[in-house]
Write a new protein. Structure first.
Length: 57
């Protein structure tokens, strides 16, 4: 599982947000309130979503 801080440091917050949003869109994940990007990242990395997590590190 890629580490959030390492991934953001290497690829930037914008790219990380794009990846998280794409996975959430495919998985049908929606939030009622705004959630911090790091919390969204951790939720995806801890879950067993259908999309393979092959993120460049």
């Amino acid at each position: 599982m890629p580490n959030y801080d390492t991934y953001v440091g290497r690829h930037g917050e914008g790219w990380t947000l794009f990846i998280v949003e794409q996975i959430e869109r495919i998985e049908g994940i929606r939030y009622r309130m705004p959630v911090a990007l790091e919390e969204r990242w951790n939720a995806l990395m801890d879950s067993e979503c259908a999309m393979p997590l092959r993120l460049a590190a």
